[in-house]
Design a protein around this ligand. Structure first.
Ligand code: KIV
Length: 260
């Protein structure tokens, strides 16, 4: 089935909110698909909870392609968006086209996500869109720029910074993105951007007034060791998992484990 990325702009017109969740392998993808997410994001955030890195920067294109293939095997008719990793799309338009092209050809995901809304990045994103590959934008706290920001802190807190982020979002819409992630910015700024754009905004740590919301699934499930301040765990699978494994170890050591 061909997924239509433009349906989400229609949902925005109809006031229908969009639920987006990340997945990093076949099992996590099956869970989010069965639970009814609208968009599955193979996010580069997996570099941290899943791969144990301190930032998303070390993740390579080959690594995310490997994970995206696992996710795609579990998803039949949902939009799968794959993050382009740090520095796989910055050097030139050609580099970005090749990276985005590998995602679509090798994983059969239907869209990519690219961080940043500064003029050079807007031009690069426009090229990828013109080549026929749908792009989801991402402004505010863009984790691939964590060393530039100095930490994973909230962005857009000053009037000047808020104005810059609003302008970036408008420029990304003109470049042709089909949706934009707004990460860790004040709720009133996210509301203003959402009201200004006709493409949907997908918030994370950006208040309730975005057109959709995204969570990192390992945060939602309480699996991650570290969680950002805007994470919302609905269950603590980490604790439950540790306790289940402890029970197994105790049963084995006391010769009570006896599955035949
Ligand atoms: O990589 C990711 O999971 C993301 C979300 C936080 C939007 O970019």
């Amino acid at each position: 089935m061909i997924v239509n990325v433009h349906q989400f702009a229609q949902w925005k017109l109809e006031g229908k909110a969009i639920a987006v969740l990340t997945a990093w392998d076949y099992m996590s993808a099956q869970i989010v698909e069965k639970a009814g997410t609208d968009i599955v994001l193979v996010g580069d955030s997996m570099a941290m909870p899943v791969m144990g890195h301190e930032t998303t920067l070390p993740l390579t294109l080959d690594e995310i392609l490997h994970h995206a293939k696992m996710v795609k095997r579990a998803i039949s008719n949902k939009l799968v968006v794959v993050d382009l990793p740090f520095l796989t799309y910055h050097a030139s338009h050609a580099a970005a086209l090749l990276a985005a092209g590998r995602v679509v050809k090798e994983t059969e995901a239907q869209a990519v996500k690219m961080e940043g809304g500064y003029p050079d990045m807007v031009e690069t994103i426009a090229k990828v869109v013109q080549a026929g590959i749908p792009v989801m934008g991402h402004v505010g706290l863009t984790p691939q720029s964590v060393y530039q920001f100095g930490s994973f802190r909230k962005q857009g807190k000053t009037a000047e910074d808020a104005e810059r982020i609003l302008k970036e979002a408008i420029a990304l819409e003109k470049a042709g993105v089909f949706a934009i992630v707004l990460e860790h910015i004040p709720a009133d700024l996210a509301r203003k951007i959402s009201q200004t754009l006709s493409v949907p905004t997908i918030g994370i740590g950006a208040g309730p007034d975005c057109d959709g919301q995204v969570l990192v699934t390992s945060d939602l499930l309480g699996l991650s060791e570290w969680q950002p301040p805007f994470a919302k765990p609905y269950v603590n699978l980490r604790e439950q998992g540790i306790s289940a494994v402890q029970q197994f170890c105790e049963e084995v050591r006391s010769h009570r484990f006896g599955v035949t």
